[in-house]
Design a protein around this ligand. Sequence first.
Ligand SMILES: NC(=O)c1ccc[n+]([C@@H]2O[C@H](COP(=O)([O-])OP(=O)(O)OC[C@H]3O[C@@H](n4cnc5c(N)ncnc54)[C@H](OP(=O)(O)O)[C@@H]3O)[C@@H](O)[C@H]2O)c1
Length: 333
Amino acid sequence: LIEVSNAAVVLKRYPDGIPTPADFSLTNLPIPHLSAGQVLIKTRYISLDPYVRGVIAGRHMGHQLALGTVIVGATVGEVVESNDDRFKVGDCVLGSGGWQSFWAESASTMRKLDPSNSTPSTALGVLGMPGLTAYAGLIYLGLPKIGDTVVVSAAAGPVGATVGQLAKHAGARAVGIVGSAEKADLILGEFGFDGAINYKTEDLAAGLARTCPDKIDVYFDNVGGATLEAVLAQLNLRARVVLCGLITQYNQATRPAGPNLGPVIGARAELKGLVVYDHFDKLNHWLKLGQTLLSTGALKYREDLSHGLEQAPIAFERLMRGDNIGKTIVALP
Ligand SMILES: NC(=O)c1ccc[n+]([C@@H]2O[C@H](COP(=O)([O-])OP(=O)(O)OC[C@H]3O[C@@H](n4cnc5c(N)ncnc54)[C@H](OP(=O)(O)O)[C@@H]3O)[C@@H](O)[C@H]2O)c1
């Protein structure tokens, strides 16, 4: 190895509200030593995901990040040393390296990526955890039927954009809720949604009535709060609501009062909680289907790419402010 140290971003202090770069510090750690069965990887792409805010705050599946530790996240990289026959130097892999330039991981928890795929960063987005979340949540919990109206929030992000396009493939109408005119143009133009509502400039109830004249059969909720409540008021009988994310709350120290659930009763609707980890048995199926749709142009995606490890805290703040357009990724040289 030419490099002698491992540049990493660690947690400096617990953020108050939206995380800013001052909450993180860039440091040099030793390059990890390999134990038996482990592989050393040089990081090429780091995935920044909303759930990391919950990990930092200790609100994600019981984990909390200690001060001074490397920020967690899925990563794609190149094997530089291997203590396991399944991986050789030069292999491109998906693992959980976090915000650092090298990581060591057990061979058994990593996945080798197809070298013929020229865009390995898709393993962090549309062909990774966010894509699987969209696929499993929409198809298995949302149960879209031909002619249904499917509404999704955070519709320009990796989960939302995939939900909308898969809804179209299932024969449904897709309507997206987004936070800017640029995102509205993106989902209508590039991703083929039938309707878009910019909740920052249009009253949400009026926007839903405008774009969903036959009301809503499936709502894929990525945000919670007032958006969820507005959609619940326009559900059709026996609608399905997939509760995927609560990004409007991730930067709040305490949980706000919940939405009024009265309309759920009136619509005899079902609310279903989605946790992507329950659906990894469908990953191979999704990878095959997603790859085919991507290669024929039937599925599109956007990446919000930054370059250099020192950009990770800045990109994370943008993600937490909702200023990202597409899957937030940091590329390392
Ligand atoms: N249940 C699971 O297993 C699972 C798995 C993966 C992801 N998720 C959840 O799915 C959701 C989408 O994830 P993603 O990776 O596709 O993220 P993403 O769309 O790239 O990220 C965030 C988007 O959320 C929107 N947003 C709405 N209200 C916001 C607010 N108050 N503050 C900041 N952003 C706000 C913003 O878009 P607008 O400008 O359009 O509002 C922002 O761009 C997240 O809630 C995530 O936690 C859940």
